[in-house]
Ligand binder design. Sequence first.
Ligand code: AMP
Ligand code: MG
Length: 272
Amino acid sequence: MIKINTSNQHLVQPETFNLNAVSTRAADHFNFDRDTAEEEFKTLRKELIQLQYRLYAEDKQKLLIVLQAMDAGGKDGTIRNVFKGVNPQGVRVTSFKAPSKIELAHDYLWRIHKAVPPRGMIGVFNRSHYEDVLVVRVLNLIPEEQWRPRYAQINQFEKLLSDTGTKILKFYLHISKDEQKERLQARLDNPEKNWKFDSGDLVQRRHWNDYMSAFEEALQNCSTPYAPWYIIPADQKWYRNLAIMRVLVDTLRKMDCQLPQVKEDLTNIVID
Ligand code: AMP
Ligand code: MG
């Protein structure tokens, strides 16, 4: 079994921080090369597949993974790479888009609560309730007196999930503004990627600094012992994948899922 001793490396610390000062690159966090990282990633992915099998079989605990990032930050790529080979029956990915009329007619956690993982499952949120203190705040979709109380509400909601058997991990994929430019440019230049281009992303990009402030405050206010935030340096996809995989496998190891006790004596059973 690989020793994972760096899984808390990117955990949000209680003191205040400036996101612009946090590196988006692996070099400052990691002293191996890319090949070594990819080897470790593949080994851990095999273990993830086994650990997920036990989580599903045990059918008691739940794991929720929240992914947030700026556009082109790598949320889709993370899901594709990290969960490759995991039994799809045990994983449910939910992508949160701009809320529908019906969703807007309810409280903002209504659609979120419906999507949390049931027993035995891994739930992956591609965007989440955090949009309700990010895009909503940056674009002034509602007044501050409505979004400000949400940090405390979100903590209470996540505490409820935690108290009822959900392990929560939240990853902010941290890319630089230059890296975003390159990735958006690739969507324009590569016909295979054209479909991903959304001119709305350019509007969001103009608010980069406001987003960084909004992320800072969300991560600061809502990183708790029961639902921690991790800031993952994400300019290099291979490092991003490994850093997330390490936390995931380490967490599942600690969840220590057990195969269910066999209820009857199987030794003399003959199948005719
Ligand atoms: P994408 O992830 O590229 O498919 O885009 C989804 C879009 O939905 C993004 O522009 C998000 O900002 C937006 N979105 C997601 N959740 C919310 C929300 N609660 N309120 C407003 N916009 C949202
Ligand atoms: Mg998009």
